[in-house]
Write a protein that binds this ligand. Structure first.
Ligand code: PIF
Length: 388
């Protein structure tokens, strides 16, 4: 068990199971929603029972599970084929959500951070909660082949039977100087109050490619809305076009299963979702990659800043199946956060994120200090705010 960033290449043994199964939900979501009609739901403290033992910073990291597509893209010279792999990567980010309509991620505390160093996958990832109201999470992921960054913020629309989550912000990717940008589609949780919850994504994703010499290619991916009784659930369609708008490649598939290039029956599979772990239904519908995200390996403890999600006690207690303990800790941590906000307000101060800064276009980008500080002098030697 050694993947601590000190140059060791030892293989890491990761857990293949969460410590505890999900408990049956006994929350009356309707009574919570009813007493908050018209209110911004991100300002309502929700019972911990609605949560899964991961937070939104870790959910952003899940989007890079299929990063091998970016490595392939980086090694593909033809710009239109490269776009095919990038489109597959953008679609693959949704795969994990298929089994996850049951719970919501923890809302990170302002200043909470998360790192994920995966030498086996060739990337290092950091994320930070940069705003509390509205909740904004920023992340930055780099490898020898690419840099990927985004900041995410949602608008919730509660429709009674369902809830729409409209994401805002742009996803950025850089491959050897080439820039790609896209935004996310709308997600909808159906049967939010009763019955089996399920999740749907719909809308158009437009992936723009630009180089210093101008626009080269473009890809439009449509996430289709399901019609009841129809067999087209989770379908996506895509088109890669050149700078003249001519269609070069077409794509089709399902965001939860696979993406194909070409037309049936002679299509090539570009991406396929990994098989789900056994008993995943009892374990929050987590993929193997998700199971690994909140694992606190012995070797990591001394290296992480204390703001890292892995140290957050309420999320850890939920993971261990202690709902009452988790609820108590969640409330305690929220009180501490309100206290810090009050002190800032009284002193006419605003919070500044530690590892991210605002870019000219108002997006959040890494300030490039995380991994250097981790190495020298090390987070244990630095003053780190106490969040919990
Ligand atoms: C608390 O967050 P919760 C609230 O923000 C509360 O206002 C705040 O107190 P303060 C607390 O400190 C917070 O801990 C509420 C809200 C958070 C998100 C965005 O964790 C992601 O209690 C949503 O949650 C993605 O949750 C959902 O917003 C994907 O985390 C599924 O609005 C929601 C979610 C709506 C419920 C969906 C239920 C689905 C099963 O005093 O500082 O204001």
């Amino acid at each position: 068990r050694n993947e601590n960033g000190n140059g060791s290449n030892c293989a890491v043994m990761r857990r293949d199971r969460l410590p505890s199964t999900r408990m049956n939900e006994s929350v009356n979501l309707w009574s919570i929603l009813r007493s908050n009609i018209g209110k911004d739901l991100s300002k309502v403290a929700m019972p911990v029972q609605l949560n899964e033992p991961l937070n939104t910073l870790q959910r952003l990291c899940e989007e890079v599970e299929y990063c091998h597509l970016l490595d392939t893209a980086a090694n593909t010279h033809d710009p239109h084929m490269r776009m095919v792999y990038i489109a597959a990567f953008a679609v693959s980010a949704y795969a994990c959500s298929f089994t996850r309509a049951g719970g919501k991620p923890f809302n990170p505390i302002l200043g909470e951070t998360y790192e994920c160093l995966r030498q086996d996958k060739g990337f290092r990832f950091i994320a930070e909660q940069v705003s509390h109201h509205p909740p904004v999470s920023a992340c930055h992921c780099e490898s020898k082949n690419y840099t990927f960054w985004q900041d995410v913020r949602w608008k919730n629309k509660f429709w009674g039977k369902s809830m729409e989550i409209v994401p805002m912000g742009v996803t950025h990717l850089e491959l050897f100087g080439d820039r790609y940008e896209w935004s996310k589609v709308t997600s909808c949780i159906h049967n939010i109050l009763s019955g089996q919850r399920w999740i749907e994504h719909y809308g158009e994703m437009s992936i723009k490619h630009s180089t210093t010499t101008g626009d080269v290619s473009h890809c439009k991916v449509t996430f289709l809305k399901s019609r009841s009784g129809a067999l087209n659930a989770n379908e996506v369609e895509g088109m890669v076009t050149d700078s003249n708008g001519r269609v070069i490649h077409s794509l089709f598939g399902k965001w939860n299963e696979a993406l194909y290039l070409g037309k049936p029956p002679s299509a090539t599979c570009i991406w396929r979702a990994n098989p789900m772990p056994e008993d995943h239904e009892q374990y929050y519908g987590f993929t193997q990659f998700a199971i690994e995200l909140n694992e606190l390996e012995e070797g990591l403890k001394a290296l992480l800043p204390l703001t890292d999600t892995r140290f957050r006690p309420d999320q850890r207690l939920l993971e261990e199946g202690d709902i009452a303990g988790a609820e108590e800790q969640k409330e305690r941590i929220e009180v501490l956060q309100r206290e810090r906000r009050r002190v800032l307000q009284e002193n006419n101060m605003t919070h500044s994120p530690r590892f991210f800064k605002r870019a000219e276009d108002d997006s959040w980008v890494s300030n490039g200090t995380y991994w250097d500080l981790r190495k020298d002098p090390g987070f244990s030697k630095l003053e780190i705010p106490v969040l919990w």
